[in-house]
Design a protein around this ligand. Structure first.
Ligand code: TXA
Ligand code: MG
Length: 315
């Protein structure tokens, strides 16, 4: 069912154990009551997501975060600076956390985020319980950013609902920072950069190396993939649909003025448009994107989407 800005209906759907897609400032989330094992299981089923890949719990306030996770002084400092916002913290799970075990895939840690999107916050405030939600996409495939694409993909499930509202404005999934270890580790890059986190913590933060076994349990090396072949860091060729950036133009351009924030907003939407173009070339080429600021996150998604890591020894 499509629920247009009707909070009581959205909460009733979650209460019934149904799945509810809702916008956040990063991407849409495929949400369910995080304390309801069957409801959470439906998220995994609908996405075709492997059960070992844990979900992010969305909460409305620090109080609610502390009901499911243990925040030490360092975590509180980060939370105070970046929440609400596009940053997820991996924290030790609170002892009496009312969470279904499949949310955390049986781990002793839990991923938590307070979104700053108005609609998402109103939903969390009304529901008054954590909402577990991965990004809205079929597992491994491109993240869906438009309500019509979401409805076309999931609308056939009877227990699926779309709670629509203002579109996400970041365009890429949140930064994930693991604070459950001695050294803070970025498990996934996003809008909140390593430098911004280091400035607040006044200590070194590391990127999770894909070769290490400590990477996020579900951090798949091939992910966000379109159906067409994707080639990154390239220049326009005759036999491809080219996605430009800055003054390197293509059929579409992520940001004609070379703005990385705008490019992030457009990334998934434009790749999806090129992927859906019928009777056109079967290859999408993407201009090279500067490896700075949110460009790091854009390049991370592009590398996973094109199978860059498939060619690497990651054992
Ligand atoms: O912006 C976002 O983060 C969006 C919106 C909806 O909030 N959500 C999102 O969720 O991107 P998802 O499931 O697509 O990505 C969550 C990532 C997964 O790679 C998962 O492995 C990791 O978070 N994760 C969740 N819990 C974890 C934990 N306890 N330890 C390490 N990684 C965890
Ligand atoms: Mg995802």
């Amino acid at each position: 069912m499509i629920i247009q800005k009707n909070l009581p209906m959205a909460c009733a759907a979650l209460e019934k154990g149904e799945v509810l897609a809702f916008p956040t400032e990063t991407v849409y989330g495929l949400g369910a009551d995080a304390s309801n094992q069957n409801a959470v299981a439906r998220i995994f089923e609908m996405k075709g997501r492997p059960s070992f890949n844990p979900l992010i719990c969305h909460v409305s306030c620090l109080d609610m975060a502390q009901r499911i996770a243990i925040l030490d002084e360092r975590s509180c400092k980060i939370a105070k600076e970046f929440w609400p916002g596009p940053l997820t913290l991996v924290l030790p799970k609170a002892q009496n956390a009312d969470l279904a075990s499949n949310v955390t895939a049986g781990l002793e840690t839990v991923a938590v985020r307070i979104p700053h999107h108005t609609g998402a916050r109103e939903l969390l405030n009304s529901f008054q319980k954590p909402i577990a939600a991965p990004s809205v996409n079929l597992s491994g495939q491109i993240t869906l950013m438009r309500p019509e694409d979401i409805w076309n993909t999931f609308g056939h499930f009877e227990d699926f609902n779309l709670f629509d509202g203002d579109a996400p404005n970041v365009g890429l999934e949140s930064t994930i920072l693991d604070l459950s270890r001695t050294i803070p580790l970025i498990l996934r890059s996003g809008f909140i950069t390593k430098e911004a986190i280091e400035n607040v913590l006044e200590e070194t933060v590391l990127y999770c190396d894909n070769k290490e076994e400590i990477r996020a349990p579900g951090m798949m090396l091939r992910h966000y993939a379109p159906k067409k072949t994707l080639i990154i860091n390239t220049t326009p060729q005759n036999d491809m649909l080219f996605l430009g950036f800055g003054n390197q133009d293509g059929i579409l351009n992520l940001s004609p003025c070379g703005d990385l924030v705008e490019a992030a907003q457009n990334l998934y939407i434009m790749i999806k448009i090129l992927d859906d173009m019928k009777e056109a070339f079967s290859t999408i080429g993407v201009a090279s994107i500067p490896e700075t600021g949110i460009g790091i996150a854009i390049n991370d998604r592009l590398k996973r989407a094109c199978g860059f890591y498939d060619k690497k020894d990651i054992s």
